[in-house]
Design a protein around this ligand. Structure first.
Ligand code: ZN
Length: 260
């Protein structure tokens, strides 16, 4: 019994020392989530929250979730190494300005699926350029699995992944022009050409469909996955998501928390 109490005390002391040294949390993430959007996008967000909350265990980071886009403000964002948009985008000028400022000052961003959607009503040129200047062009329906090809096998986000894998079913988006044409966009994964024609009701017949990319002028990753349940059901894709997340955190100009 004494041994158990001693062990608990030592663990508490270690935790207190980490707090005292400012090493916990190693970093904080703020995820934005809207529960009043397309049901499949809500389902995805709910599973993503469970996935990333689970990832905090033993990894020394905090994963905060908010439904209030007004949390995109200077005061709130200063504590966070990464902002995650699960199924929505900032709408008000204040939210958008705070987000631009955060990113231009070295903030980290992780966006899924509909976070990059744009159309004639978006009216946010900075954000469209941030994502590679592509306008939403077409999608497949119903959601389907698809073969993914890795573009830059040497990049830390996709290093160690098989050159090709089958991603779980998703509604895939294609953009026009392809974000690949933007000088600052580095595409990391793309739908394989043999997927085409992809869809039944809505069909992606051909073309270039990047699905994971980074804008090299910022610390960010966009992933097109994010429609419905089951996105986190594939080990290979989960590795890609975790490695992408880790890379955005690791490239913080304030230093790599994973090397401390
Ligand atoms: Zn969708």
């Amino acid at each position: 019994m004494k041994k158990i109490i001693l062990c608990i005390c030592l663990l508490c002391l270690t935790a207190m020392q980490l707090y005292a040294q400012g090493r916990f949390p190693r970093f904080k993430v703020l995820a934005f989530y809207n529960e009043h959007v397309e049901p499949a996008h809500v389902e995805f967000a709910e599973e993503a929250i469970v996935f990333f909350k689970k990832l905090t265990e033993g990894n020394g980071f905090v994963f905060d979730v908010t439904k209030d886009l007004n949390d995109l403000n200077d005061e709130k964002l200063k504590d966070y190494a990464l902002v995650m948009l699960l199924n929505d985008v900032p709408g008000s000028p204040q939210q958008r300005q705070a987000f631009e400022k955060y990113m231009q000052n070295g903030g980290g961003w992780f966006g899924f699926h509909v976070a990059a959607y744009n159309d004639a009503r978006t009216n946010w040129p900075w954000f469209v350029d941030f994502l590679g200047a592509g306008v939403f062009y077409r999608n497949n329906w119903p959601p389907l699995p698809a073969t993914v090809v890795i573009d830059k096998p040497e990049h830390p986000v996709v290093k160690g992944l098989p050159q090709r894998f089958v991603a779980p079913l998703n509604e895939w988006y294609q953009w026009k022009p392809s974000p690949r044409a933007h000088k600052n966009i580095q595409v990391l994964a793309t739908l394989a050409p043999e997927n085409y024609p992809l869809g039944l009701k809505d069909i992606i017949p051909d073309g270039d469909t990047p699905i994971v990319w980074t804008n090299t002028a910022y610390r960010m990753i966009y992933l097109n996955m994010g429609h419905g349940r089951g996105i986190f059901s594939d080990a290979t894709q989960n590795k890609l998501i975790i490695d992408a997340f880790k890379w955005v955190i690791a490239t913080d100009k304030k230093g790599n928390v994973f090397e401390r």
